[in-house]
Design a protein around this ligand. Structure first.
Ligand code: B12
Ligand code: SF4
Length: 525
């Protein structure tokens, strides 16, 4: 019997399911005769998940079920699916007022309940789908992948049905092998109940495939609900322009999952893909790369792409991305402004050069400021989100003062109302340098469960160690009390009231520390 592939995007906030779209496109280009269907639970009301999945399987009768799971970790500083996770956790851990502590505990319980419910619900959907599909095609296999699976592949396997293939990173080649019925065990995956994940599986290099423009006529033909994403004018549709990131930031696992080798998608192909979306009325694009300009040597590629977007006549679009603002030139800044970049996120994490170096982030903060000035001069006048994560390693009152000085300088450049400090606390992820550091410092023990939301584990995974942990806890609680709608700015204001602001020059200079005295993070890759 013919292969029939059903892609099930597991429930998720309404973010465009670019992962399954690209996989289906890739498979179609290689095997045009294979029948495929995309089923997006992100566009189905929660009460209908189970029935809708059954109905879809009854109609389509697949023999390969491709489950895509995007996100699991929820420590965002903003209202999440079960409330404001960071606020609940902090109220529970740090509030002195017993009533607020109790509120935190109740909120935390609600949150933990919603977290575990989602986890078990998704696992239940995978089991249900597989069972249903086997009624029609007993040989049906399930394979799961996506952002969340790549991070938690070791833990997720424990709860899945025997025979499920658990995949890390890009899934294109794995699906090719499955469709051809070929051996796939050299791919970054393992089979539940049959093989265990290889040691350092996550560090294996992804396959160097060259991406071509996604064929959206085809995608529309296998995914009637596609139009759902075209209706909302404010929606940002994902387009990937490259894969991989050469950096080594201590808390990031994506440099490992996507690999350090940057693979650029040809600009003509990216533009051809955007043109199809443009023709369907899309004007907002999110370049979903881990970093849009990962290093200086990719500046030319970014210039080429943006110039080609203009040449194609798409001069009324808006776009957003994660931008390493140390890799800009005046020419690139001009093109960014001209092509409609109206939002970007810089993940500098700290405004202290000393800490940025200790976290292995490879940023030169002075260069970031110079480039931001160029961007402003080029006419960029929109929103910048600056991601700060306090207290990652070796934070002191002095480095906090430096971060404030840095942030105030960014405000001088863009205008205070345009620079949004996004205060994240790192959610510790497995296979990162930070995890290794936590082992070294005895904060975590090998064998801990990185997916646990039990208060004693979650307190360590939501990275905010003492001695400064309680201080930050109290500052954040005060900020939520004073102005919950402008949390980030309020945190900065309170920190400045309490500690003052350093000279900018102190923030920008990192004292040279001898190799011997430098407290560095152990290498894990
Ligand atoms: C861009 C991005 C965003 C953008 C998205 C913009 C947009 N309109 O698309 C923004 C900034 C909005 C965002 C927000 C968040 N994000 Co985000 N985001 C990313 C990022 C950088 C890229 C995702 C992407 O689209 N990649 C491109 C597509 C093509 O790749 P893909 O979907 O991963 O699919 C490929 C593979 O995964 C695989 N694959 C996918 N499905 C399947 C299935 C099978 C069976 C197989 C074999 C393979 C496979 O093949 C695909 C093609 O190669 C990733 C990190 C990363 N570098 O991937 C984080 C990431 C997905 N985000 C993450 C999170 C947590 C979030 C937030 C929840 C953060 C927060 N706390 O607020 C929010 C909320 C998202 C929501 N659902 O509401 C996590 C999810 C995992 C986790 N830790 O739980 C990631 C992985 C980052 C990380 N290291 O933790 N995000
Ligand atoms: S620059 Fe971004 S994607 Fe690259 S390693 Fe650092 S945090 Fe990860």
């Amino acid at each position: 019997m013919e292969n029939k592939v059903l892609y099930v995007r597991l429930p998720c906030n309404p973010i465009f399911p670019i992962g399954v779209v690209y996989l289906a496109d890739h498979v179609h280009k290689l095997f045009p005769k294979v029948e495929q269907r995309i089923f997006d639970l992100g566009a189905v009301p929660p009460l209908d998940y189970r029935t809708a999945l059954d109905n879809c399987i009854d109609k389509f009768r697949p023999n390969l079920l491709v489950f895509s799971w995007r996100d699991i970790q929820i420590y965002a500083p903003v209202g999440g699916r079960g409330g404001n996770p960071l606020q609940n956790a902090f109220e529970f851990y740090y509030a002195k007022n017993p009533l607020i502590k109790l509120r935190g505990a109740v909120g935390g319980l609600r949150l933990a309940a919603s977290y575990y419910t989602e986890l078990w619900r998704n696992i239940g959907l995978i089991k249900q789908g597989l069972k249903r599909a086997k009624v029609y095609r007993p040989e049906t296999r399930a394979v799961i992948g996506g952002g969340a699976v790549s991070v938690f592949y070791e833990q997720l396997g424990r709860s899945l049905p025997t025979g499920t293939i658990v995949s890390v990173g890009e899934g294109e080649v794995l699906l090719e092998r499955l469709i051809l019925g070929e051996d796939f065990r050299d791919q970054r995956c393992y089979v539940v109940g049959e093989t265990s994940p290889r040691d350092r599986l996550i560090h294996e290099k992804p396959a160097p495939i060259e991406k071509t423009a996604c064929d959206y006529d085809y995608i529309n033909s296998i995914w009637p609900e596609f139009v759902y994403y075209l209706q909302d004018q404010d929606f940002y549709i994902g387009v990937q322009t490259k894969r991989g990131c050469p950096h080594n930031c201590c808390y990031c696992v994506y440099t490992v999952i996507e690999g350090k080798q940057v693979r650029i998608n040809p600009a003509d192909e990216v533009v051809a893909e955007m043109k199809q979306l443009y023709a369907r009325g899309i004007r907002n694009f999110w370049f979903t790369d881990a970093q849009f300009i990962p290093a200086r040597k990719y500046i030319d590629d970014a210039v080429e792409l943006l110039q080609k977007i203009l040449d194609a006549g798409m001069d009324d679009i808006y776009w957003a991305a994660y931008i390493r603002a140390d890799n800009l030139t005046p020419q690139l800044c001009e093109l960014m402004a001209k092509t409609g970049m109206n939002y970007f996120e810089i993940g500098i994490t700290s405004g202290s050069q000393e800490l940025v170096r200790k976290m292995r982030m490879g940023y030169n903060l002075r260069v970031v400021l110079e480039n931001c000035r160029d961007l402003k001069a080029a006419g960029f006048n929109d929103l910048v989100s600056v991601n700060y994560s306090f207290n990652v390693i070796d934070e002191t009152y002095e480095t906090i003062r430096q971060t404030i000085a840095y942030h105030r300088e960014l405000e001088k450049i863009f205008g205070a109302e345009k620079v949004e400090p996004a205060i994240f606390f790192i959610g510790l992820q497995p296979h990162t340098h930070l995890e290794d550091y936590a082992f070294e410092k005895d904060i975590l023990k090998p064998g801990y469960d990185p997916m646990s939301l039990m208060p004693w584990t979650a307190r360590k995974l939501l990275w905010n160690p003492e001695p400064l942990g309680s201080f930050f806890g109290e500052v954040c609680l005060e900020a939520w009390q004073r102005n919950p709608n402008d949390f980030g700015r309020e945190v900065m204001a309170i920190l400045e009231e309490k500690l003052g602001c350093a000279e900018l020059n102190e923030a920008l200079s990192a004292p040279i520390v001898s190799e011997k005295n430098q407290k560095h993070l152990a290498r894990v890759n």
